[in-house]
Design a protein around this ligand. Structure first.
Ligand code: NAD
Length: 356
């Protein structure tokens, strides 16, 4: 298989972690007989420095024309005082919008070897956690009209939370299809006891559920979900929810895994084009020191193979390689445990590539 990948290393630790993911992808290509070609594009602060904008039009076109996009991270203190319209994060939102990336998949996986790194008790996380949050990414209150106006002599602020049936249906389909590829269990998170958008959400999900009789479907209120994620996270397989609930719940869930450096993500469009990135930021405190954990980015590359290229065996090979390296006791600084062996960012990439 031949694939064109646009690579956006970005700022801080971005270039370091992306280099390790590319190393692992190259090993996969050699092992399974594929050819991946990479086009590098500046994004975020480095692009502001070189081109005066967080991403150039040419760079955006290279993202749109690729088979898939791999991102490191953007931002850092150097660009914190940039005017709002050219801040590094602007480029990320622009890429998501231009590429129509409406579905955000965040797997939350706690490798059992790292259970002691989770803030939860062993009896809750000791078996390992493996759940997937499917978050709607381009609708709801983050994109609705907002205003602040004076009413009866005081300021009143309003944020609208619109959702149309087609927006709910397309994210619902992604969630049901994801559940079909995993444990065939889907919980749809809403606040249907209060919100009109949630009632439409629930009605649309129930209609879709009839098309997927193999999926064990349930509704769950968002407040209860927040509690259950801490009380009994192993009960979940796939969770689907709207934009803001997903934003909050996925950050809560990320803490179950111990280190933010372990967490990958995928943002998907209605076609096969997607953007894949670790959930963490550019970690300026450890940038340039070869200390970052590249596993979140390497697992993001595995998601690219699985979701954009339909290469499940190759994705499994990466995930299994990570598992074996952790089993052998190798750890980057953020997940270091007593009795384990310390690896730098590039050593961790070498170790994982070596197991493919
Ligand atoms: P951060 O995720 O960059 O770092 C938080 C903490 O986690 C730091 O102590 C960092 O050293 C550590 N950490 C993060 N990733 C790690 C890894 N792979 N290995 C080891 N340790 C890791 O969050 P922050 O410090 O709040 O933000 C730094 C910059 O990143 C800001 O400019 C922010 O706007 C930006 N940011 C970008 C993205 C993105 O590009 N998607 C996401 C979040 C934040």
């Amino acid at each position: 298989m031949e694939k064109k990948i646009t690579v956006l290393p970005g700022d801080g630790i971005g270039p370091e972690i992306v280099a390790e993911a590319v190393k692992v992808m190259d090993r996969v290509a050699a092992r399974f007989g594929h050819h991946f070609s990479y086009t590098y594009v500046d994004i975020g602060g480095c692009s502001i420095d070189r081109h005066g904008v967080p991403i150039t039009e040419e760079g955006m076109a290279l993202c749109k024309g690729a088979d898939s996009v791999l991102l490191g991270a953007v931002g850092g203190p150097k660009w914190d005082s940039c005017p709002a319209e050219i801040r590094p994060e602007k480029a990320l939102l622009a890429v998501r919008k231009e590429l129509g990336l409406f579905a955000n998949l965040r797997p939350t996986r706690l490798f059992p070897q790292l259970a002691s790194a989770s803030p939860l008790k062993q009896e809750i996380v000791g078996q390992g956690i493996d759940l997937m949050i499917v978050r709607e990414l381009t609708g709801g209150v983050y994109f609705g009209a907002r205003k602040t106006e004076e009413v009866n002599g005081e300021l009143v602020a309003t944020d609208l939370m619109p959702y149309s049936e087609h927006e709910i249906e397309r994210i619902g389909r992604v969630a049901f299809e994801t559940a079909m590829k995993r444990g065939k269990k889907l919980a749809s998170v809403d606040k249907a006891n209060v919100l009109e958008t949630s009632r439409l959400w629930r009605k649309t999900m129930h209609r879709l559920a009839e098309e997927y009789p193999e999926v064990e479907y349930s509704d769950i209120l968002v407040d209860n979900t927040a509690m259950q994620l801490i009380k009994n996270p192993v009960q979940f397989d796939v969770l689907v929810t709207e934009n803001m609930f997903g934003d909050i719940l996925s950050d809560e869930a990320s803490m179950l895994t111990g280190s933010i450096g372990m967490m990958p993500s995928a943002s998907l469009s209605s076609g096969t084009l997607g953007m894949y990135e670790p959930i963490h930021g550019s970690a300026p405190d450890i940038a340039g020191q070869n200390r970052a954990n590249p596993i979140g980015t390497i697992l993001s590359a595995a998601m690219m193979l699985r979701y954009s290229f339909d290469l499940a065996q190759e994705a499994d090979a990466i995930e299994e390689a990570v598992n074996r390296v952790l089993n052998e006791g190798w750890r980057t600084g953020d997940i270091m445990q007593e009795g384990c062996k310390k690896a730098s960012c590039s050593e961790m990439g070498d170790l994982i590539a070596g197991k493919i």
